[in-house]
Design a protein around this ligand. Structure first.
Ligand code: AMP
Ligand code: MG
Length: 524
């Protein structure tokens, strides 16, 4: 077998303490950041899709990508020289409650690849079998959830939003039983593995677990490792640097939340074990994209009652999660004041970044803090009162006609209930557009420039929930064409791409309450 000599440099394994027990059985793992564990052998690995561009960028050769054994490598059936598979140990708050040790129950890291331009990138297989952290679950993933992760992380990347990336999607050849809605209807599904990559898979929960256990030595090792690997600009670890580290994490997490709000992404399970320490979007589970603008919407059926992780709550939840991280760091800093300050600054920064984001979405040259805040709030209210498609609305706003007489017609494509809109609502809508038009008079840039700038922040194409579901249903019957099509469209989400107009349409009626399109569970 000839594969390129991919240069692995497993710094995490070198620098952090490993679990001394080598057996693969569920257990509490103390004093260790990870456990060595081999991926499970599968029946018949087969490629569904490989992200060629990314693979080449990371130093794979075209011959590697075309190699008959590539699926076996990307599902963990064959280990390449330099790979040292391990599962990470971490804890987390789930839905607001401390859940103790969680860890990589269905993820196995192959090692850190030294890439030509992107530094060390950890390759991680999701769904490659049980680990010491699997508790009583199987460590596997199904095609349905793997397609969702594969497509969405790439969509997010091309939207310009921090995210883990996906190198490949493969079938394992095994069948996996899942009860999709935990309602006593288990079904056999196709097993799959996504190979995802990131400069760091450390989570807030990676630091919480040793802190809760009072293991300050491991806590310090983890923080120092994170700083040295992913925040080297902060300098050599010290109390001051720990504070600077948390500050940077807080600011980047804040930016991530604003980015999610800008494009209408709802993560769905913002538990602290799903919060990346380098502020990437991570763990694509029951996420969803806003069709009709609704700050209370959550795609996650597990969260349907509490709505803890609904669209409009994300920024606040991120702050709550940062508070948990700050708590975990306290033993290394022993001074609450700078930690509190960071958390307070988060709220101020979010407000500022949110305003700037809205300014950009509306194409305003400048920001007039108070009067514009009113304009933004009024708009959110209007978008919420009727079912208005967020993505379509903002694209139409960029080309709003000058004359009021044309407005209804112009925006009709963004309303789910058009033409059945109450006259009061329409009046409010027209009033807002009038105020917006007047506000635009203060712009120095012309309409053409404004359109260009707005379309650079308001995507035309997002991974609408029903599109992902259609791609899944086709893939389950062996047709991967829609996965490839979506990948292609979502690579240029801000471009018009008229040939793909149908992917920009609003959600069809049949998809409104269909499982997988608007309702998802954590079952994957
Ligand atoms: P999630 O909510 O998907 O981030 O998962 C929460 C925890 O459950 C993590 O520790 C996962 O590794 C674990 N987990 C989820 N699904 C499985 C599975 N099928 N097998 C083993 N562990 C799992
Ligand atoms: Mg997770």
């Amino acid at each position: 077998m000839i594969f390129s000599q991919l240069p692995f440099d497993n710094q995490l394994v070198i620098q952090l303490p490993a679990d001394q027990e080598s057996g693969n059985f569920s257990r509490q793992v103390e004093n260790a950041a990870y456990s060595f564990v081999n991926p499970q052998k599968t029946q018949q690995a087969a490629v569904v899709s490989i992200n060629d561009q990314l693979a080449l960028q990371f130093g794979f050769s075209q011959a590697d990508i075309d190699h008959e054994k590539i699926a076996a490598v990307l599902t963990g059936n064959i280990l390449l020289a330099g790979m040292q598979p391990y599962a990470m140990n971490y804890g987390g708050h789930q839905f607001g409650h401390w859940a103790g040790q969680l860890g990589d129950g269905r993820a196995i890291n192959l090692g850190q690849l030294n890439t030509p331009d992107d530094g060390l990138q950890t390759l991680q297989l999701k769904g490659a079998g049980q680990t010491p952290y699997s508790r009583n679950a199987d460590g596997l993933a199904v095609l349905r959830s793997s397609v969702r992760e594969y497509l969405c992380s790439e969509a997010m990347f091309h939207l310009g939003i921090a995210t883990t990336r996906a190198l490949s999607l493969c079938l394992t050849g095994d069948r996996v039983v899942r009860d999709m809605f935990y309602d006593g209807h288990p079904k056999e599904e196709l097993g799959a593995v996504v190979c995802r990559v990131s400069p760091s898979f450390l989570r807030f929960g990676s630091f919480q677990l040793p802190a809760v256990r009072g293991d300050n030595a491991l806590l310090k090792q983890l923080v120092d490792f994170s700083i040295n690997q992913n925040f080297p600009h902060l300098g050599a670890p010290s109390k001051e640097v720990y504070i600077a580290w948390l500050k940077e994490i807080s600011e980047k997490t804040c930016q991530l939340m604003v980015d999610w709000m800008r494009v209408g992404f709802v993560h769905g399970v913002m538990n602290t074990d799903n919060m990346s320490i380098i502020s990437e979007t991570i763990d694509y589970g029951p996420y969803g994209w806003i069709d009709a603008f609704d700050l209370n919407w959550t795609p996650n059926t597990t969260d349907a009652q509490g709505k803890r992780y609904c669209f409009g709550a994300q920024a606040e939840i991120a702050q709550w999660n940062l508070f948990q991280l700050a708590n975990a760091l306290y033993p290394l800093i022993e001074d609450a004041e700078p930690l509190n300050k960071i958390l307070q600054d988060y709220a101020t920064l979010y407000e500022q970044l949110w305003q700037e984001m809205m300014q950009a979405k509306l194409g305003l040259d400048t920001l007039h803090a108070e009067s514009d805040a009113k304009l933004f709030m009024q708009l959110e209210k209007l978008l919420s009162e009727q079912e208005v498609d967020m993505t379509i609305f903002y694209r139409l706003l960029a080309t709003m006609p000058e004359h009021e007489s044309q407005w209804q017609e112009h925006f009709s494509a963004s309303f789910y209930q058009f033409p059945h809109l109450e006259s009061d609502y329409l009046t409010g809508f027209i009033n807002w557009l009038t105020a917006y038009q007047q506000r635009l008079n203060l712009n120095k840039s012309d309409a053409q420039q404004r359109k260009k700038r707005m379309n650079a922040v308001n995507p035309k194409f997002v991974l609408r929930n029903y599109l992902a579901q259609q791609a899944i249903e086709k893939a389950e019957s062996g047709d991967y064409s829609m996965i490839e099509q979506l990948l292609q469209v979502l690579q240029k989400p801000y471009d018009e791409q008229v040939e793909f107009e149908h992917f920009a349409n609003k959600r069809p009626d049949w998809a409104k309450d269909k499982a997988g399109c608007s309702m998802l569970s954590c079952s994957s």
